[in-house]
Design a protein around this ligand. Sequence first.
Ligand SMILES: [Zn+2]
Length: 383
Amino acid sequence: MKNRLQQAGMQLEEVRDLDDLERVPVMKKPELIAAQRQHLPFGGLCGLNPEELHRIYISPGPIYEPGEAVGHDYRWAQALYAHGFRRGDIAQVTFNFNMVPVGFWLDEALRQLGCICVPAGVGNTELQLQIMRELRVTAYLGTPSFLATIADRAEEIGLDLKRDLQLEVAFVAAEVLTESLRGNLEERFGMMVRQSYGTADVGCLGFECGAKAGMHLPDDAIVEIVDPKSGRPGCPNEPGEVVATVFDRAYPLIRFGTGDLSLVTEDPCACGRTSPRLVRILGRVDQAAKVKGLFIHPNQVDDVSKRIAELGNCQVVVTRQANQDRMVFRAEVVTSGFDPGELADRVGRMVQEIFRLKSEVDLLPPSSIAVGAKKIDDQRKWD
Ligand SMILES: [Zn+2]
């Protein structure tokens, strides 16, 4: 941090209030990754000694995130409380507990609120449904699309979502929640569905309340909306990059640029909370897109084509059907005499390895993809 300030012509002692903070350069993700590569494992950004850490999380990159032994972060608990979670709720967490921090963070937040955590993890719709019924689960945590998948499966096997399940509240994140999907889920389950926003680097940065009129900023983080080029804050109601300063003792990132585009409103909220709210997340600042909760980047498209000799130009097309993201990997084949089934399988496996997402594969003759076409053609429309 000291070095970064000096590079910007500032001294550590000069940073005394929020106005001074605005002059601190925004740290973008590539800079964080480069710092870690130079000084493994944390790039000099860990605030504690190794014996004070309890976990090291791993995010795609890989990026290593230190987690402290005794949790002092109450932001996710603020989010859950605002979503209607209360002491005694039995909460099924369907986020990932492998490597990444989100599952553990939510487990800790549930403990802080006096809720019971069922660490179910991702996938296994049938088993999740059985657990939900047999434990009389009252709270769901996961992506909205997986909740929709559970609802569909339950109805397929003849269950009544309101009578046979006891769900009352849902915490959803990692995907766009459209009002149509929210309305559909709330109606079918007879429950309250609220969304939160955060990243693996800086944790929770916003959460909806009962009024569902944007996501309140948590009390113990500084969230700014800045011009992505200059790093200077803009006006309320003006879109910009979400930049966060957090007081996590293990990982105190200062002015971390999330790469997410959003805007803030300071209009009063019906719930009575006085904190400003993120109106919504508009998308990624750069060209990256979020598909099924995971970021995909144009570079990954080239990674696939480079690894398979038969492929020329490639492109990913993302659409939205029945409230689920649909990804199609379009690939020009530049050789002849290949087995289409075998090649499509091979491309599919490579796409899954590189994007960590399942995708449909469309093999095309050469020159099918227009010159200058986007590597990621995001055709999703949000209501
Ligand atoms: Zn509110």
